[in-house]
Design a protein around this ligand. Structure first.
Ligand SMILES: C[S@@+](CC[C@H](N)C(=O)[O-])C[C@H]1O[C@@H](n2cnc3c(N)ncnc32)[C@H](O)[C@@H]1O
Length: 241
């Protein structure tokens, strides 16, 4: 029944294509991320950590961890890399993540897998993070359902992504222009124009903040709230199970 209600939110995403796309950009991903966000993505990720306040001894997972940026920030915040898992479907992104964490964050466990079907036992994580992953899933709703399933009762989750705008707004127009006239041309210079033009497409069916809240509550979360960042360009969905 829930699935039917939220069919509107589902994207015609092709998981294999997404996996191929992120494998192909993995070696330049972090470099380009810094250019595109003027380095601010780390500030937004840290802000998310400060809100969620993961504590030493808790078990956390970073869903759609990619090259491990958020996962490593989590380990830095917790002052330990024990009990931290990063999971992603793109094996090449995990090669970068493993390399980055080899010396100082060697206890992080990297898993190559699909966050829509994790195979983890239910109710085992104290906390969940997801940065720029939800928008890329073939179903945001199924992603939230799986996150809810693996989170302990009382656990918390934070999901950071681009904000999706409904209707016409100055902020929405700014976002479209930023992606079309800044991100794609720079990515093209590095031979990745087609790959990065995907961001704009991925936002077309991505639910707005209020829809994300409704979706999360329907997926089972007890509490859901949405905050905007970066002058309204980014959003974080904060959840409690
Ligand atoms: C935009 S990147 C974000 C990476 C990282 N979280 C960050 O903030 O830098 C999105 C990631 O989601 C991953 N992804 C997309 N669909 C997935 C799925 N179904 N299961 C696991 N990972 C997935 C991609 O492989 C990619 O690494």
């Amino acid at each position: 029944m829930r699935k039917t209600i939220f069919n509107d939110f589902m994207k015609p995403g092709n998981s294999r294509e997404i996996e191929k796309l992120f494998n192909s950009i993995s070696s330049k991903y972090d470099f380009l991320n810094d250019i595109f966000s003027f380095g601010l993505h780390r500030f937004w990720k840290r802000k998310l950590l400060h809100i969620l306040n993961p504590a030493l001894g808790e078990k956390w997972i970073d869903l759609c961890c990619g090259t491990g940026d958020m996962t490593i920030l989590l380990a830095k915040y917790m002052k330990s890399s024990a009990n931290i898992i990063g999971i992603d479907s793109a094996s090449q992104a995990l090669v970068v993540a493993r390399e980055r964490s080899r010396e100082d964050y060697s206890l992080i466990e990297w898993i190559n897998g699909d966050v829509l079907e994790t195979n983890f036992e239910s109710n085992q994580f104290d906390g969940i993070l997801m940065a720029y992953g939800l928008r890329n899933l073939s179903s945001s709703y199924e992603g939230l359902r799986e996150a809810f399933r693996i989170l302990k009762p009382g656990g918390r989750a934070g999901i950071l992504d681009f904000r999706s705008f409904e209707g016409v707004s100055m902020q929405g127009l700014f976002q479209k222009s930023y992606l079309s006239f800044y991100v794609v041309p720079i990515a093209s210079f590095f031979g990745l124009g087609k790959e990065y033009s995907y961001i704009k497409k991925s936002l077309v069916n991505f639910p707005s903040g209020s829809k994300q809240i409704n979706m999360a509550l329907s997926a089972g979360f007890r509490k859901a709230e949405y905050q905007t960042l970066a002058m309204g360009q980014m959003g974080i969905l904060l959840l409690e199970s």
